[in-house]
Design a protein around this ligand. Structure first.
Ligand SMILES: [Zn+2]
Length: 108
């Protein structure tokens, strides 16, 4: 026999929610969000930023199982993409400027 973790109401083992207080029971098919391993954190974002492919893979693997950790790893990946985009724009602007100065070596 199973008892509700919150109010102690007796459960028949099939309910997804306690009929007395509404607390989700362990019978639920989807995992409860507050699993101990799913704490996320800045370290995951940093990992996703430094090794973006790992951040992306972790997100795809954990998005259902550990949604918080997956989200933080994905944030690092997105931060990397933004950083890469800015670096590319700066590079292109610099490169265009370089070509421009080659065409007019003695200035206007
Ligand atoms: Zn209950």
């Amino acid at each position: 026999m199973i008892y509700c973790q919150k109010c102690g109401h007796e459960l028949d083992g099939h309910e997804k929610f306690c009929p007395s207080c509404g607390k989700p029971t362990p019978n639920q098919t989807y995992p409860i969000r507050s699993t101990p391993l799913d704490e996320g954190g800045f370290g995951w974002s940093l990992l996703g930023f430094c090794v973006p492919i790992v951040g992306l893979v972790l997100y795809l693997v954990w998005k259902d199982e550990r949604p918080i950790t997956a989200r933080d790893a994905f944030r690092g990946f997105i931060a990397y993409l933004i950083f890469l985009g800015i670096a590319l724009v700066v590079y292109v602007i610099f490169f265009i400027g370089l070509i421009g100065s080659m065409n007019y070596p003695y200035g206007p």
